[in-house]
Design a protein. Structure first.
Length: 270
């Protein structure tokens, strides 16, 4: 019995991506070393068997894997997913453009929980996907962690996330698929270049950018491009040497009012 024929979207995807980039056929053909006539034939589906180097050239130019170009109808994807693909988050890529997380394991093949001290920040940003660098970080065993997932410890710096104090150690879980993030999820976000680790309430916007918001109202929220983010780690717990301060009377009254407002709002809905 013959297998089901796989539909191929290569021709329509090339046209879609070219028009998305606002490129003429002549401009794209020139960039790829093709004639305009050959590109037109590829986009029209009149070339049933493009050469292997053609697939590679299109994949390299658009930064999207050959498998995706062949198997996925890109025109049906939302803007957020398209931006994710264009910034290297392609589930079919098996190479440098896919976010790769290096881990280390103990003698029982269980993942370690590595600690990234402040002095190792620069090295981490350069070697975050280097197994040797990760293996050299301090390692800790933390009880009651979920058995699934990868965890790491990052020290908090500054007062932007008060009441979580500066110097607290944040235990966080690695997020591979950023679209799983709920709005205002507290996360450690690793930024590229000469930027820093930040601990913020993190929201993935519809346009593919990432909004970072502090708990401390003194600091204004800001937005970064997804391409400027190396890793995102969801907050799990924190430890601190600072003893928490007791609530003031005013804070207690305000909390009681807020709780009452929430109950009244729920009663109105019911």
């Amino acid at each position: 019995m013959a297998g089901k024929t796989q539909k191929i979207f290569f021709a329509s995807n090339i046209k879609f991506l070219r028009e998305r980039r606002k490129l003429s056929q002549e401009t794209l053909a020139s960039a790829l070393g093709l004639t305009r006539a050959k590109l037109a034939a590829i986009e029209a589906g009149n070339t049933k068997s493009p050469q292997p180097e053609d697939y590679l050239n299109f994949s390299d130019f658009f930064k999207i894997s050959i498998d995706t170009l062949l198997k996925i109808d890109l025109s049906k994807l939302g803007e957020l997913k398209l931006r994710e693909l264009e910034t290297g988050n392609d589930v079919y890529i098996r190479g440098g453009n896919l976010r790769v997380l290096a881990i280390s394991v103990d003698k029982s093949n269980n993942e370690n929980v590595e600690y990234v001290p402040v002095k190792a920040k620069a090295g981490y940003m350069a070697g975050y996907n280097d197994p040797e660098f990760i293996a050299g970080l301090p390692k800790f065993s933390i009880p009651n962690l979920p058995t699934q997932g990868t965890f790491r410890i990052f020290p908090s710096v500054g007062d932007s996330m008060l009441p979580v104090p500066e110097g607290a150690d944040i235990v966080a879980q690695y997020i591979a698929d950023w679209t799983d993030l709920k709005p205002d999820t507290p996360c450690i976000v690793i930024l590229k270049g000469q930027q820093d680790f930040v601990f913020k309430l993190t929201t993935l916007n519809e346009d593919g950018t990432i909004r970072l918001k502090s708990l401390n109202p003194v600091y204004e929220p800001y937005t970064v491009e997804a391409a400027d983010v190396m890793e995102i780690w969801r907050f799990y717990a924190y430890t601190s040497r600072e003893f928490p301060e007791a609530r003031s009377e005013m804070e207690t009254v305000l909390a009681a009012i807020k709780s009452l407002e929430q109950r009244l709002g729920q009663m109105e809905k019911d």
